[in-house]
Design a protein around this ligand. Structure first.
Ligand code: MBD
Ligand code: FE
Length: 281
């Protein structure tokens, strides 16, 4: 039997006290957000007749998520990272900014401070074998002028879909590098083709995804931060074409413009045709 309480003075007063609105101490912005969020949680309980049992299982779920360190993994699974991108895209459009490589989410697995080199980097430590991959590109401004000395910060998973640092079995900064672009704005990285990521099957994130009837997989992808003085920082990714999850990413990060078909090069002299230069031995 559903009861209505949200409109009562008692609940209104409770929410005001919860968020500290009845006194001056504290931070006004935090108060406003907590007031609104708690209101919306109470409203959800009322509208959906959430039982105390359901409510407490959600509270203990949050504990579990924190114990696993998975809060920032569930967030993209619930579309939060994608939603923030949609908002930033809309802000850019409103400010008249358009064109260029689209942004997409950072995800929870970036590590700052990767080794920095000029023009070229080898990213893998050679321990895994796997298929070699050359990543190359040119950083330009909106008018297409090359940006020298831009920093391209690249990170990706290994053949098991695991990221160094979070996977302690990998060497420090394996598959993580920062490359400074050359005078033509170019960078070249040699690495190995990554495999897609899957949420830990026994983790808290996958547990909720299971209840939603969803998988927790991402296609093979390569993360990029690109920054240059006087320019907005770009957070983006390459998603490899042909992966079963390329258009079915649990984190909603694939964008059509970011799907890239790898070109197989059998003969190193072919590399020149793709404008790939550098020491590849
Ligand atoms: C990843 O590798 C990732 O990029 C995201 C967004 C979420 C989980 C794992
Ligand atoms: Fe990733």
């Amino acid at each position: 039997m559903s009861v209505k309480t949200m409109h009562t003075a008692e609940v209104r007063e409770l929410l005001e006290k919860v968020a500290g609105l009845n006194q001056d101490a504290g931070d006004a912005r935090v108060k406003a957000i907590v007031h609104r969020v708690m209101h919306d949680i109470f409203q959800t309980i009322e509208d959906l007749d959430v039982t105390p049992q359901e409510f407490w299982s959600a509270v203990y779920y949050i504990n579990e998520l924190g114990q696993n360190g998975e809060a920032a993994l569930l967030a993209p699974g619930l579309g939060m990272d994608r939603y923030l991108d949609i908002r930033m895209d809309a802000e850019d459009a409103q400010a008249g900014l358009h064109g260029g490589t689209p942004r997409t989410i950072e995800g929870p697995l970036y590590v700052a401070g990767a080794p920095l080199s000029e023009g070229f980097a080898r990213m893998d430590d050679g321990s895994e074998g796997g298929e070699s991959m050359i990543l190359t590109g040119q950083v330009t401004d909106e008018q297409g002028n090359p940006l020298a000395n831009a920093i391209v910060d690249i990170w990706h998973a290994n053949l098991k879909g695991a990221y160094s640092y979070f996977d302690q079995s990998q060497s420090d900064y394996n598959l993580r590098r920062r490359i400074k672009t050359d005078s033509q704005g170019r960078y070249v990285a040699r690495s190995i083709i990554p495999c897609g990521y899957g949420c830990p099957p026994d983790g808290a994130t996958q547990k909720l995804l299971n209840q939603l009837g969803r998988h927790g997989n991402r296609p093979a992808h390569i993360h990029y931060f690109v920054c240059a003085p006087g320019h907005k920082h770009l957070t983006t990714q390459i998603n490899l074409a042909g992966d079963p999850y390329t258009f079915d990413d649990f984190a909603f990060a694939t964008r059509d413009e970011l799907v890239v078909q790898a070109q197989r090069i059998e003969d190193p002299s072919e590399a020149a045709a793709y404008d790939i230069q550098g020491p590849f031995t």
